[in-house]
Ligand binder design. Structure first.
Ligand code: ADP
Ligand code: ADP
Ligand code: ZN
Length: 223
């Protein structure tokens, strides 16, 4: 019987590199990135009921309620492409979400394959998040200082020239988000340590260096 598709979790504060690394793991391993932040931003843009409820909370740098996030995640996990294996980027973020994920996976006879904690310094995260921008065409992430496109103003991936910045990527909101991370999300590290699936990855180095450490872990756990 073929091995079950991996369920990987990327844990880490805002700016740790979850989105950047998740996109590269998609390329390297054919997995599907599932970002609750992206799903919530899409709901806000579409003006759905969930989006309306989430908007102000996100702008304030606080966590959206478990009910809303879980409803959005369940819908996304019902799509057929998740059968390739998933990388959860920015989910779970609370003990309630982690318990709900365990229950959802158990129903399908699955469990978390690995939860990777990207270990970084808070102070450096303010600079990472403040300089972040993405391609409006394909969503590729960039940074004013740390990851510029090869040709200024042109996306490396799709050739697009329209870029956007998130309203919540300012120094003040990032501090609030870092606090939310430490209070509500960092305790999940122990949850996954108890399940013997925790992998700690030092993530202050280069994007390429972190990518190769993650590739080693994913290759090992999905073998
Ligand atoms: P997260 O999804 O964890 O919030 P991102 O992947 O969006 O983080 O990365 C935040 C910003 O920092 C982006 O602008 C990205 O280009 C940049 N970045 C990501 N990883 C690194 C790294 N290892 N070194 C320097 N900059 C990085
Ligand atoms: P980052 O990449 O900087 O960590 P995200 O894009 O993952 O940020 O999330 C942006 C915002 O969306 C969060 O500050 C929070 O308000 C909301 N959000 C995203 N994922 C979750 C989640 N799993 N639970 C609660 N709120 C979430
Ligand atoms: Zn692009």
């Amino acid at each position: 019987m073929a091995a079950k598709p991996p369920v990987l979790i990327l844990l880490g504060p805002p700016g740790a590199g979850k989105g950047t690394q998740a996109r590269m793991l998609e390329e390297d391993f054919g997995l599907v990135q599932l970002s609750t932040g992206d799903l919530l931003r899409a709901a806000v843009s579409a003006g759905t009921e969930a989006g309306k409820a989430a908007k102000a909370v996100m702008e304030a740098g606080q966590l959206v309620s478990d009910d809303i996030v879980l409803a959005i995640l369940r819908d996304r996990m019902a799509q057929p492409d998740v059968a390739k294996g998933i990388i959860l980027d920015g989910f779970p973020r609370t003990a309630g979400q982690a318990a709900a994920l365990d229950a959802l996976l158990a129903k399908a006879g699955q469990r978390v394959t690995a939860a990777v904690s990207l270990e970084v310094d808070d102070e450096a995260m303010i600079a990472r998040v403040s300089g972040r921008y993405t391609c409006g065409g394909c969503g590729e992430g960039y940074h004013d200082e740390f990851k510029q496109p090869a040709k200024a103003g042109v996306c490396d991936k799709c050739g697009g020239t329209g870029f956007k910045r998130r309203a919540d990527d300012n120094a003040e909101t990032v501090r609030e988000r870092l606090q939310a991370y430490h209070a509500q999300t960092a305790p999940l590290i122990t949850h996954y340590e108890c399940q013997s699936v925790l992998e700690r990855v030092p993530a202050m180095g280069s994007i390429a260096g972190v990518r190769s450490m993650l590739a080693g872990i994913v290759g090992r756990v999905s073998a």
